[in-house]
Design a protein. Structure first.
Length: 308
């Protein structure tokens, strides 16, 4: 499809409801999962914070708009997308039918297979947002479809060595995609969504650097709006319009995400965790956590660690 027509279609998106549900992926105990999009289609979502898994999305049927960072792509032809855990992404469905597959695999899964890690680091698909979206010709589409079908069957069959098989298929998929190297130019994102994405980028930058010697630096609507050179009311209105939640709710949710991660993945005392996410003392942190989750930080830590 010509670039001019793509832009016309993107302009028509104003007829689609603006609301994009926000999803925050959290820790689950698996290494790799394969899904058939005919049965598990990608619904509208915006994923604003870093995840602990990589994603390969292979689209053979269906129409949608994919955004990675501030680059937007209208997708209706066979396309494969390679999504790094740290990228802010969104998907807006524009059709009722879907085809293809998607694969999720954890960072720890890559560490188990040096050859897979080497392939991922060698090629730009996961590491360069401008080259994470690849349009596929008919022959490459067939090759990728066959690889995914075999992966899906391997995952269903299970067994002692299915994870070894799956990582080999991923390597083949990366190489076959690199042979295609048809990287479409992104369409321009509108100004409102640019502000929304910049907010999430700033929020993620703040959360990604949290530790007990460098606590959360900015944590109020006014502080975020100042960093983005926007009026707080305007920033609130944009977030409410496009995600259904205001700035304070997103900040609170992100702080909770980081709290849960620190409770599960570290042995830090509650005082240190509370300080890292911006609370002067442990009682205030405990009160905040219980009010928003229904359990105390200690109860959450014990329950989650005992279930692993």
């Amino acid at each position: 499809m010509a670039q001019t027509l793509d832009i016309q279609i993107i302009e028509q998106l104003r007829d689609v409801p603006d609301l994009t549900p926000v999803t925050r992926d959290y820790y689950e105990d698996w290494n790799i999962r394969i899904f058939n999009r005919e049965h598990f289609a990608c619904k509208n979502y915006l994923s604003p914070n870093r995840r602990d898994f990589y994603k390969i999305l292979f689209i053979t049927k269906g129409i949608g708009v994919f955004t990675v960072g501030v680059n937007t792509y209208y997708i209706e032809d066979p396309t494969i997308l390679f999504i790094h855990p740290n990228e802010i992404i969104s998907w807006k469905n524009l059709s009722d039918h879907s085809g293809g597959y998607y694969c999720l695999f954890k960072k720890r899964y890559i560490e188990q297979f040096p050859s897979l890690k080497s392939i991922i680091e060698r090629y730009p698909l996961f590491n360069n947002a401008a080259k994470s979206v690849v349009r596929l010709d008919k022959d490459t589409t067939q090759v990728i479809d066959e690889l995914f079908a075999k992966m899906h069957q391997e995952a269903i069959n299970g067994g002692d060595y299915y994870e070894d098989s799956l990582q080999a298929y991923i390597q083949l998929m990366v190489v076959e995609t690199m042979k295609a190297t048809n990287f479409p130019k992104p369409d321009a994102i509108n100004e409102e969504m640019r502000h929304v994405y910049h907010f999430f980028q700033l929020l993620e930058e703040e959360a990604a650097n949290i530790n007990y010697s460098q606590p959360l630096r900015i944590k109020t609507v006014k502080e975020f709006a100042s960093e983005l050179a926007l009026h707080p009311n305007h920033l609130n209105a944009l977030l409410k319009k496009h995600t259904g939640q205001n700035v304070s709710t997103h900040i609170r949710s992100r702080i909770l995400d980081e709290s849960k991660t620190l409770l599960v993945q570290t042995d830090w005392p509650l005082q240190d965790i509370g300080f890292a996410i911006g609370f002067a003392d442990q009682p205030n942190f405990t009160q905040f956590f219980k009010k928003n989750t229904g359990v105390t930080p200690n109860e959450f830590r014990k329950e989650h660690k005992s279930s692993k």
